[in-house]
Design a protein around this ligand. Structure first.
Ligand code: B16
Ligand code: MG
Length: 210
C-alpha cells in the first residue's frame, strides 16, 4: 500500500509552467526559433539545459558554443525569476492546499520531486514548504526526468521503499520517471492523457477519494 506521495511542482501544485513558457518564448524569439505550446509540453519536467537543447532543435543559425548556451539558459532563468518574484500564496488554490493538509492528516508522508533548481524558492514564496516532509529538486540530481533519480531521492528522504510511493505528475517524462523508479504513476494536466500512467486525475482533489 501507498504511504508516501511525491508531488511534482511546476504544472501540478503551481502554474509556473506558463512562466517557463513566457521566458523561453522570449529567448526563442530573439534567436528566431519557432516555439509554441507543443514544443513547450516537451520541456515539462526536463532540466533547464536539456530544455534549451530541445528548443534549439529548430535553430538554423550559426553553431553555438557551450558558453553561449550557458548564457542563454541564464538569461531564461533571469526572466523566469522575474515572474516568480511576483508570486504569492494566492498562486496555490485553496483546494490544492486542502488536499495537502488532508493527506497529511490521513498519515501520508509527502515529498516534493521537482526538476527545478528554483523549487525551494517557489515553495517559500507560495508558503507550501510546511506541508512537505522532504524536498528533492534540481539541486540534488545529476539526471533529469525521465530518469527516476529525483523521485528515488525523494523516497529515500521519506525513508520509504519506492513501491510504497505514488508520484503525481503533469509531465510524460515524469510518468516515465516514476515507473522507472518502481513507483505508482498518477497523471494530471498534460500527462492525464498519457496511456502509461497508472491513474489519471482531473484535479488534485480526486486524490482524496482513494
Ligand atoms: P529550473 P517540475 C521543471 O519543474 C519544469 O517542468 C521544467 O519545465 C523546467 O525546465 C525544470 O523544472 C527546471 O527548472 O530552470 O527552474 O531549474 O515540473 O519538475 O517541477
Ligand atoms: Mg511538472
Amino acid at each position: 500500500d501507498i504511504r508516501g506521495i511525491i508531488f511534482d511542482l511546476d504544472g501540478v501544485l503551481v502554474n509556473t509552467d506558463r512562466y517557463h513558457y513566457q521566458a523561453w518564448k522570449q529567448i526563442a524569439d530573439k534567436l528566431g526559433v519557432y516555439f509554441d505550446e507543443t514544443v513547450n509540453n516537451r520541456l515539462r519536467g526536463v532540466s533547464r539545459m536539456d530544455s534549451l537543447e530541445i528548443i534549439l532543435e529548430n535553430y538554423t543559425g550559426k553553431k553555438l558554443n557551450p558558453e553561449q548556451k550557458a548564457r542563454m539558459a541564464e538569461g531564461k532563468n533571469r526572466l523566469y525569476r522575474g515572474f516568480l518574484e511576483n508570486m504569492t500564496p494566492a498562486a496555490v488554490s485553496a483546494e490544492n492546499r486542502r488536499v495537502l493538509e488532508v493527506l497529511r492528516e490521513k498519515g501520508y508522508r509527502l515529498a516534493l520531486g521537482s526538476s527545478s533548481k528554483n523549487a525551494g524558492f517557489i515553495l517559500n514564496k507560495v508558503e507550501l514548504m510546511r506541508y512537505f516532509d522532504a524536498v528533492s529538486d534540481g539541486n540534488h540530481i545529476s539526471r533529469s526526468k525521465p530518469d527516476p533519480e529525483v523521485f528515488l531521492k525523494a523516497a529515500e528522504y521519506l525513508k520509504l521503499p519506492a513501491r510504497q510511493c505514488a508520484v503525481v505528475e503533469d509531465a510524460c517524462a515524469g510518468i516515465d520517471a516514476a515507473l522507472a523508479g518502481g513507483m505508482t504513476a498518477v497523471g494530471i494536466g498534460d500527462a492525464a492523457g498519457y496511456e502509461k500512467a497508472d491513474y489519471t486525475l482531473e484535479c488534485l482533489e480526486e486524490l482524496l477519494q482513494v
